[in-house]
Design a protein around this ligand. Structure first.
Ligand SMILES: [Zn+2]
Ligand SMILES: [Zn+2]
Ligand SMILES: [Zn+2]
Length: 239
């Protein structure tokens, strides 16, 4: 199994349009960028996306244009699903897997597409090309949102999705002892955003969950480029 980070940014992306802050200025100077957060998982010859970001076209071109066999959606925010439109006239629309309320909402939003949807009850593992996948509930008010556990080849990857630190205990139990853990870390420590974790929240949660390896994702332009444990677009992990 291989997991590639297609993007590590928040809904806005870095650089933010029109922003002259030091992080965005560095982005322009050194050609750095954080596209919107999503993940490409390769298992055998199959490719699965976790979320379909507004940057999907550029992200797939950058990865050599893999044909996508399925998509997993964490929740119905713009930055996590609208890229699904990019499959139009490019490839057969991939089947979509999500928790029932997430799938219903996104299908309504993309009503002009015929999506083969597979509602998956949370906390119930399902098989996808040999990957064992389990959605779990997180806390991203006011909308319903999930994270996901993916297990294959003896490895456990956990993706929190968008969430604040008040994750239900049942979900925390599932998130423990990951080989690789990705956590929402929108803003630096000391900054509070009700629906997301900040950098300190994410680092504390990673320590509490006992992950072997951990990276922050879904970072805004307020997050510096070289903080410890922060992921970069294009990072690839193999198991
Ligand atoms: Zn988001
Ligand atoms: Zn900025
Ligand atoms: Zn969100």
């Amino acid at each position: 199994m291989e997991i590639a980070l297609l993007g590590t940014g928040d809904a806005i992306g870095t650089p933010k349009i029109g922003c002259t802050c030091p992080v965005c200025a560095d982005a322009a100077r050194f050609g750095r960028e954080r596209l919107r957060t999503s993940f490409l998982i390769k298992t055998g010859e199959r490719h699965v996306l976790v979320d379909t970001s507004p940057d999907l076209r550029a992200q797939l071109l950058a990865r050599g244009s893999p044909r996508i066999d399925a998509v997993l959606w964490t929740h119905g925010h713009y930055d996590h699903f609208v890229g699904y439109n990019e499959f139009y006239r490019v490839q057969k629309l991939p089947p979509a897997y999500a928790a029932p309320p997430v799938l219903t909402y996104i299908r309504e939003q993309l009503h002009f597409l015929r999506i083969a949807g597979h509602p998956q009850p949370v906390y119930t593992p399902f098989d996808l090309f040999g990957l064992s996948c389990t959605f779990f509930e997180v806390n991203h008010p006011p909308i319903y949102a999930c994270g996901i556990v993916i297990e294959a080849d003896g490895a456990k990857i956990v993706i929190s999705g968008d969430t604040n630190a008040m994750i239900p205990e049942r979900s925390r139990d599932l998130m423990r002892d990951a080989d690789l853990l990705f956590l929402d870390a929108l803003v630096p420590g000391g900054v509070t955003i009700g629906k997301h974790m900040n950098y300190e929240d994410a680092r504390a949660l990673a320590a509490a969950l006992g992950a072997s390896s951990f990276r922050c994702v879904h970072m805004s332009h307020l997050m510096g480029w070289d903080l410890p444990d922060t992921a970069r677009d294009g990072d690839v992990f193999r198991f």
